[in-house]
Design a protein around this ligand. Sequence first.
Ligand code: PRP
Ligand code: URA
Length: 209
Amino acid sequence: MSTLHIIDHPLIVHKLSIMRNKKTGSKDFRELLNEIAMLMGYEITRDLPLEDIVIDTPLTKMTAKTVSGKKLAIVPILRAGLGMVEGLQRLVPVAKVGHIGLYRDPETHTPVEYYCKLPSDIENRIVILVDPMLATGGSAVDALTMLKARGCEHIRFMCLVAAPEGVKKVPEAHPDIDIYTAALDECLNEHAYIVPGLGDAGDRIFGTL
Ligand code: PRP
Ligand code: URA
């Protein structure tokens, strides 16, 4: 059963408010997005399994805990998901990174696939699928379908701002997937943009406004 996790830690809420402000430029927007991704990453990795290893401290031998065998993969949905990768990599430097390219058709607002390159052992990894915006949910649903078609069984979806439509649609298509978001906004407008939202995340990250 899918669970919606709203990670509304005061530091995340504060940083997100700066990002929402239209006066915030690309440099600050990018830095804040990566900072929030790192902070959210702390929560999204909370249930990673640990295993015992024996080590020597300077004083004695001990049985210590280490993150167990199952490795992580970070998979951004291009373009905007790229803005969250570095923050997560700071937390888990050994994670491999796959890419899924989807853009929304401006007329129909439905996603169009244009790229997919994933680690060869993706089916053995815990996958964090990232995209700052969950609007209609079409892009997330398609990306999750692509990952599952390649054998992924342990996936979680992380975004920054979600709309009610997206948080309804994803669990309908993928009831096994947990969603992590920093905020659940009010609605979508007639162009399927999130309101109040933060505008076009990809354009704000890459300065293509
Ligand atoms: C944005 C965003 C998501 C998608 C969300 O991407 O980054 O991928 O829209 O909308 P949905 O939930 O309605 O599918 P966009 O298509 O603008 O592409 P970009 O990241 O390349 O700018
Ligand atoms: N994509 C964005 O970048 N922003 C939105 O509000 C919706 C989709």
